[in-house]
Design a protein around this ligand. Structure first.
Ligand code: HXC
Ligand code: NAP
Length: 295
């Protein structure tokens, strides 16, 4: 996945001031999809705050992201720790004076047969994805409600959460992301009266170093996964970033509690009983058609 491609394409579909002066917090914003989304937000006039555990990653990302201008504030924060989450928002409010949008993007995941997981391994994922997202949402939501400030929260889930199917071999992630989707929909109703909007994106396959090193450790697994995608390709950073820009913008102001799946049709592949027939070639179909018409 190429950040140059992201920088050179795509943002033209938006007004350059779409996110002008919006202060946007992205957890896990120093790497992968979080960084790509942040780059697009900057191009559209936003001011960013990125947070994760590794300071050197955040520092490098902030430097690279601002080489053509814009502002990226960064602070280390382990979202599993509610005290660090509160300190993060204290620091962002001290720096920018406000927050308009939160992107809950930080996550952990790896493939494993579930019976091989230790309790600590389960907690490692649930604590980042479910608890971390809840802590950030709660901390900022309380501040917005106290200040009578409206805002938008975007949660990054996965297509196995939005389909409702879950997935074997990434069960802690499936369970946690389903919980985050429930949080999205529950608060879409409960906090709407405060002007707080909730949206989610459910990506399919977007090759990032973080995800691929833990989920696609061999070319063979990659090939198998790719065969599940009707469009037969992975998603691009630009495609995901554009969706993330639209959903948090004021232009999407009537979208509340919705999750948008962006996966090339992958989740539907397993849903239709006859979808497997897409592997047949025209000769196979000639033969089958002749057999059926005989009867
Ligand atoms: C089995 C594992 C394991 C593995 C770790 N553990 N990796 N068990 N298989 N591959 C176990 C450890 O043995 C330990 O249990 C427990 O998990 C905690 O491990 P730590 O290394 O101490 O955890 P921690 O330092 O908190 O790191 C969390 C992490 C790590 C999730 C394990 O991978 C991480 O930091 N990930 C962050 C980034 C990330 O995962 N990005 C991908 C997101 S992609 P014991 O009992 O031995 O102590 C994504 C996309 C989904 O979500 C869809 C894609 C198509
Ligand atoms: P990634 O680069 O590994 O991103 C995960 C980020 O979360 C990292 O920046 C990491 O930074 C941060 N993080 C992890 N644990 C944290 C903690 N305890 N506290 C704070 N930050 C923490 O992977 P990615 O592929 O871009 O994933 C981004 C999001 O997209 C995730 O929500 C993931 O579930 C979702 N997603 C990705 C795909 C895909 O195909 N790539 C598909 C579906 C969904 P530190 O290590 O510095 O903390």
């Amino acid at each position: 996945m190429d950040l140059n491609e992201l920088r050179e394409s795509g943002h033209q579909m938006f007004r350059r001031d779409l996110l002008q002066n919006k202060v946007i917090v992205i957890t896990g914003g120093g790497t992968g999809l979080g960084r790509a989304v942040g780059e697009r937000y900057l191009q559209l006039g936003a001011k960013l705050a990125i947070a994760s555990r590794r300071e050197e990653v955040l520092q490098t990302a902030a430097q690279e992201m601002t080489k053509d201008g814009g502002e990226v504030f960064y602070k280390t924060c382990d979202v599993r720790d509610p005290i660090q989450v509160a300190e993060l928002f204290d620091a962002i409010y001290a720096h920018y004076g406000k927050v308009d949008i939160l992107v809950n993007n930080a996550a952990g995941n790896f493939i494993s047969p579930t019976e091989r997981l230790s309790v600590r391994a389960v907690d490692a994922i649930l604590n980042i994805v479910l608890h971390g997202t809840f802590y950030a949402t709660l901390e900022l939501g309380k501040r917005w409600i106290d200040q009578k400030q409206s805002g938008t929260m975007l949660n990054i889930v996965t297509n196995y959460a939005s389909s409702g199917a879950g997935s074997g071999f990434v069960v802690p992630s499936a369970v946690a992301k389903a919980g985050v989707l429930s949080l999205t929909r529950s608060l879409a109703v409960e906090w709407a009266k405060y002007g707080i909007r909730q949206v989610a994106i459910a990506p399919g396959m977007f090759p990032t170093e973080g995800a691929w090193s833990r989920l696609v450790p061999s070319a063979q697994i990659g090939e198998r996964l790719m065969n599940r995608v009707p469009l037969h390709r992975t998603g691009t950073m630009s495609e995901l970033a554009n969706l993330a820009a639209f959903l948090v913008s004021d232009e999407a102001g009537y979208i509340n509690g919705e999750v948008v799946t962006i996966d090339g049709g992958e989740w539907l592949q397993g849903a239709g009983e006859f979808n497997e027939l897409s592997t047949l070639n025209p000769e196979d179909w000639d033969q089958l058609s002749a057999m059926m018409r005989k009867k």
